[in-house]
Design a protein around this ligand. Structure first.
Ligand SMILES: NC(=O)c1ccc[n+]([C@@H]2O[C@H](COP(=O)([O-])OP(=O)(O)OC[C@H]3O[C@@H](n4cnc5c(N)ncnc54)[C@H](O)[C@@H]3O)[C@@H](O)[C@H]2O)c1
Length: 336
């Protein structure tokens, strides 16, 4: 009987593992909440493939441990493959799949909700109400329909974000280094980032974290923006020079900041510091500000997205095992 072994299955993923198992009674599915390491590889003994998801590096020793067990079909439930020693995996004949798109709506919706909350000054009002201060002024909102929303990056997530903001009635403009023909026909694109910065009341980033994009939001770009701009980063922390945004917030140039991803988030986001010293002063300051909405890289974290990550990874793994073409293979020849 075909066997798939899954690592690092969280409680919120378990129902979807069971769902897949129910739908594939001819496959033996087993799982653990432990990460895949050279030591835990042994747990997969007898399996034809493994399914994993972790930030911890998959180094040569981990990959060799799977190889020793004769396991070469490997499906990750997330997008990123930068923590895998791909050279070793290729050398040992592994086939790898990832899940590059699991729910653009999850991330786009979060960006839209948070941007709207900043415009309405909801955090300020929530804090006032919690203290039983029920006065209106001076906590007045700005309506989304009155804003020009500039979208940087019109890929999977950026496009959904554009639709949602238009649903609110905003004027949407966009910039992408590769123009989408459909969007171009509809006249969304401005010529360059400077034009987008100059015209937008809300600027939302939906681009990847490539070396060219690091700190694309910095003192210079902020200078080019409108006074009272709202900056939204639910993409990747390194896209934003956080100190520059703090300076913008301090001067009043930046009205609000939505931050789901942070330059120094690794080891901090998805950890509990409620009874411990907080390790990052700048982050603590941002969290405390009434016009900054920090979330710990949870834009993706919805039942819909988590289900897709699990189901798509198992589907991919079974295809690899059967020698079929997986839906989203990682091209090991291209990666290095
Ligand atoms: N917060 C979360 O939970 C979460 C979850 C998934 C993805 N993300 C992030 O969201 C971002 C967008 O993901 P996606 O799936 O929409 O990607 P995508 O590849 O579908 O689209 C990215 C777009 O950005 C464009 N682009 C790249 N560099 C650019 C630049 N300098 N200026 C203008 N356009 C540029 C590309 O041409 C492409 O059209 C990525 O950074 C991704 O890592 C965040």
């Amino acid at each position: 009987m075909t066997k798939i072994y899954a690592y690092a299955i969280r409680k919120d993923e378990e129902p979807y593992v069971h769902e897949w198992k129910e739908a594939h009674k001819d496959v033996d599915v087993d799982f653990t909440d432990q990460l895949l390491t050279p030591e835990t590889a042994e747990l997969a003994k007898g399996a034809d493939g493994v399914v994993t998801y972790q930030q911890l590096d998959y180094k040569a020793d981990t990959i060799e441990a799977l190889d020793k067990l004769g396991i070469h079909n490997w499906s990750i439930r997330n997008v990123g493959i930068d923590n895998i020693d791909l050279k070793k995996a290729k050398e040992l004949g592994f086939k790898i799949t990832n899940v590059p798109v699991y729910s653009p709506d999850a991330i786009a919706e979060h960006a839209a909700i948070q941007a709207a909350r900043v415009l309405r000054q909801d955090k300020v009002m929530d804090e006032k109400v919690a203290k039983h201060d029920l006065r209106w002024a001076p906590t007045i909102g700005r309506e989304v329909r009155d804003q020009t929303v500039g979208v940087v990056g019109t890929g999977h997530i950026g496009q959904v974000f554009m639709r949602i903001m238009e649903g609110f009635g905003a004027k949407v403009i966009a910039y992408d280094i590769f123009k989408n023909p459909e969007l171009e026909k509809k006249g969304y694109y401005v010529d360059d980032l400077d034009e987008l910065y100059a015209k937008s009341d809300v600027i939302s980033l939906h681009v990847p974290d490539t070396p060219e994009n690091v700190h694309m939001i910095n003192d210079d770009s902020i200078k080019k923006m409108k006074d009272g701009v709202v900056i939204v980063n639910v993409s990747r922390g390194p896209l934003v020079d956080t100190d520059a945004v703090v300076r913008g917030l301090d001067s009043g140039k930046v009205f609000g900041f939505v931050m789901d991803t942070y330059e120094n988030e690794v080891g901090i986001f998805n950890s509990d510091f409620s009874n411990k010293d907080f390790p990052d002063k700048r982050l603590a300051d941002l969290i405390a500000r009434p016009n900054v909405l920090v979330t710990p890289h949870t834009a993706f974290y919805t039942t819909h997205a988590v289900r897709n990550m699990v189901i798509k990874a198992f589907d991919n793994n079974l295809k690899l095992i059967k020698g079929e073409k997986a839906d989203t293979p990682v091209d090991l020849d291209k990666e290095f």
